[in-house]
Design a protein around this ligand. Structure first.
Ligand code: COA
Length: 322
């Protein structure tokens, strides 16, 4: 049976950097508070780019790296929660921008778990034989949904995009397994309302700012990420020792440290780039994978990825890189 293999990665980070010291001029905060609480030093803000611009650039970089041509792509999935458009999908906009004329394209909304959810969906299409080559993108421009007067949220997030090209294969390399879960009873822990228009019959009223119970998200992530890794290891007859590298959603370095400790794993097995990017939601994992790939640090490794976020959603996958 076929399964998916990642044959190319790409990313795009806007060039405009906002440091913690820059933020301290906008809200009452400090580099020390942000860095010690989150591990973040700076983030990118997409002043001059829309969501689909960043996504298309990351996709082009992934295509270039893989050698796959745009017209070979059968399916494009974009994971995002911050598009400027309710319709069309970012995936269709990317399709137009990169010339992937033979693909069908849609967006997937699972917040910061979007990349892992997207991987699961693509795996199913590949297993049935319907899709041979797919493009999976995680992209966010969270700067446009943040309340820039709320210091408890605006310091945490950044903008950017990451992409991977996934090809059907019968080789041992590729996606070993993916598992995703959601806890809809906790939907209100992390929200951003869509801003719709007033009508002659009713008014909308509310803002669309991102709102979050930070401590609840923190507890949820520290509990559920080790649990889902454990379940996925058991399902596949693997042990933690078999995993060379962990790439977790980059929400907070303290979450990653806590997860490493709970799993009894050394922290240097857990990749972190949060210092420079902040939390780019669905984009954190593919951006990190592209950075690692660029440094040749994925070759021959078994990698565990895990996303978690609004929904609440969470998921994990193991991928064997060639
Ligand atoms: N700068 C300075 N002080 C700040 C601040 C900021 N940017 N943000 C909040 N504070 C203050 C609070 O007002 C509070 O002050 P008080 O004690 O006088 O009321 C104090 O710092 C502590 O706030 P608290 O919310 O208890 O901090 P915390 O240790 O829980 O850290 C988070 C807050 C958001 C960093 C932390 O909860 C977290 O990272 N949660 C996970 C969030 C996340 O990753 N979300 C995305 C998931 S996809």
């Amino acid at each position: 049976m076929y399964h998916g293999k990642i044959v190319g990665t790409g990313s795009f980070l806007p060039d405009f950097i906002v440091t913690n010291d820059d933020l301290a001029k906008v809200v009452e905060t400090s580099d020390d508070w942000i860095y010690t609480r989150t591990g973040i030093k700076e983030r990118r803000i997409a002043k001059d780019y829309g969501v689909s611009d960043m996504a298309a650039q990351a996709a082009k970089n992934a295509l270039d790296q893989s050698g796959v041509k745009p017209e070979e792509i059968d399916l494009i999935i974009t994971a995002t929660v911050s598009s400027e458009y309710s319709m069309p999908s970012v995936a269709c906009m990317v399709q137009g921008k990169i010339g992937a004329k033979n693909a069908f394209a849609f967006d997937l909304q699972a917040a910061c778990s979007g990349f892992v959810y997207g991987l699961d969906v693509i795996e199913q299409f590949i297993k049935t034989g319907k899709v041979k080559k797919a493009l999976l993108i995680g992209v966010e421009k969270l700067s446009q949904v943040l309340n820039w007067e709320d210091r408890s949220t605006c310091v945490l997030f950044g903008d950017g995009a990451g992409a991977v090209i996934i090809e059907a294969t019968k080789e041992v390399y590729g996606v070993i397994d993916v598992l995703n879960k959601s806890i809809g009873t906790d939907w209100d822990v992390l929200t951003s309302k869509i801003k719709h228009n007033d009508t002659p019959y009713y008014k909308q009223g509310e803002d669309n700012y991102l709102k979050m119970d930070g401590q609840q998200v923190f507890q949820f992530a520290c509990k559920k990420v080790p649990e889902i890794f454990e379940e996925l290891l058991t399902n596949n007859g693997l042990e933690t020792i078999d995993v060379d590298l962990f790439v977790l959603h980059q929400a907070n370095s303290r979450i990653i440290e806590r997860v490493a400790k709970k799993m009894g794993q050394p922290i240097d097995k857990f990749y972190m780039n949060i210092e420079k990017c902040g939390n780019t939601s669905a984009a954190t994992i593919p951006i990190a994978l592209d950075e690692l790939n660029g440094k040749g640090e994925l070759s021959g490794k078994t990698v565990g990825i895990s996303g978690f976020g609004a929904g609440l959603t969470y998921g994990a996958a193991f991928i064997q890189f060639q």
